[in-house]
Each structure stands twice: as C-alpha cells, then as structure tokens.
Design a binder for this molecule. Structure first.
Ligand code: PEP
Length: 250
C-alpha cells in the first residue's frame, strides 16, 4: 500500500504562488520520491489548472479538490462539481474537512451524499473525521469516529474498491494549533478506524488511513511509522516546499 502524503493549501496562495510552490516541491523531492509514496497537492480551485501543469510528467504526484457539491450541474452559486474538478485535473477530493464541518456547518448526512456522488463520478474520496476537544475530554472519541464513519459511508457500496477511498483522522483540536496527538493516541484511533472499516467494507483492511493535525518535518517520521498510518494530511507545514518536501521524504 503506497503512503499518501497530502498537502491541503486551504484558502492560501494565488495562481502564481501555487505554481511556484509546486515547482519548488518537485525540484526539492527530485528523483528521491520513494516508489511506495504518493504526493497529493490540494490547492484552492483557482490554482488547480496552474498546479497540474507543474506536475505534468511527474510520476507519483496527484491533484485534489478541497470540496465539491453533490450534483452534476445547476444553480448552486459558489459551488463546484466533481466533473469540474476532474476537468481541472483532479484525481482526489476532500469530503468533510473539519473546517467544512465546524466553520461551514456541513453535516454527516450531506457528507454521505458527497462521498457516494464523488465516487460515482470517478473521484477518489478522502473522508475526514475527528473529534473535538470537548468530545475527547468526555471520553467520546470512539463514539464520534463511529458516527462519522457510519453516517459518512452510509450510502456507499460496501464493495467500494479500497483504492478509491481514503479516511483521514484529524482530531479537530490538533488542526492548525501546533498541538499534535500523542503517538499512542494516534495508534489507538487508527487501530479503531481500521477495525470499523473492516466491519463496514469488504476491502476495509486496505483503505488508507491518513493522520492530520500539526504534522511537521520533525514529527512526521515517527507518525508515519505507526501501524495503520498510511500517510498524512498536512496544512500549515505544506505551504512551503522546503518543509513539505522534508515531510514527503520523512
Ligand atoms: C489540515 O488542514 O487538514 C491540517 C491538518 O492542518 P495543519 O497541518 O495545519 O494542522
């Protein structure tokens, strides 16, 4: 199973800045990208086409969208469709990033529609899940992860090919805060997610599970070495080619 090293650039970077970072990253990683790693860049929509040009001809690099709306087309001002993401060169798309859930109010039933629709349209889906700090303090991590997985995948065929689906475990309190979960906590959460995926999906043992939450060059290696950690989803430390290249090669 190849490790997926994903960079979420959120609402940062102009077209030219995104192209430059992608170019610098490809140069910094050079021919050292191990065959068992994939790099995924998830820039803002306006930079998708510009970034994909920088990745042309580079093995192991992919493009992703941060979000989409689960309809073919129509009067959905401000939204983007899976076909438009595919047309821009995307292979992957995020669904249910914590900022979509908690800042923009997206709920599990809506996210379930996105997962199944995006898959039907041919995108590989990264379903993001994770508990808030109060849920953690109340000892409800497993309850929250179970709900987000069960509801998020409610409409998805249990025979979905493992390579089309990725789950990202991102404890909300660790995103953009500089606070990383302890290795033991990451291990427990990923082991738990793996066991639930095995129960829910016929290829649940092979669905990749990423960790996200203040991953940096100095903590990436120990995180990526844990069982059931099949890659990372990185925000802040992915904005500069220098730090993200160190993460990619960790
Ligand atoms: C994210 O955006 O998914 C994320 C994990 O951000 P950061 O690495 O900055 O915590």
């Amino acid at each position: 199973m190849k490790k997926l090293m994903a960079a979420n650039w959120k609402m940062f970077k102009t077209w030219e800045e995104a192209r430059q970072t992608a170019r610098e990253l490809v140069v910094a990683v050079g021919s050292s990208l191990p065959g068992d790693r994939e790099v995924l860049l998830i820039p803002p929509f306006t930079a998708l086409r510009g970034v994909v040009e920088m990745l042309a001809g580079e093995d192991g690099y992919f493009l992703g969208g941060q979000n989409f709306y689960p309809e073919v087309q129509g009067a959905f001002t401000g939204e983007i469709s899976p076909d438009q993401l595919l047309d821009a060169g995307c292979t992957y798309a995020l669904v249910g990033h914590s900022e979509r859930r908690h800042v923009l109010g997206e709920k599990d039933d809506f996210l379930a529609r996105k997962v199944v629709f995006g898959l039907e349209k041919g995108l590989k889906i990264i379903l993001c899940i994770g508990e808030k700090i109060e849920e953690r303090k109340e000892g409800r991590i497993q309850e929250v992860l179970t709900r987000q997985l069960e509801m998020g995948l409610e409409k998805t065929d249990k025979d979905v090919p493992a390579m089309d689906l990725v789950v990202a475990y991102e404890p909300v309190w660790a995103i953009g805060t500089g606070e990383t979960a302890e290795l033991e906590d990451i291990s427990h959460a990923h082991g738990f997610i793996r066991s639930r995926l095995k129960e829910m999906l016929s290829q649940g043992d092979q669905v990749r599970i990423l960790y996200g939450g203040s991953v940096k060059p100095d903590n990436c290696q120990s995180i990526i070495g844990l069982d059931n950690v099949d890659g990372v989803l990185v925000g802040g430390a992915s904005l500069k080619a220098d730090s993200f290249s160190q993460i990619v090669l960790a």
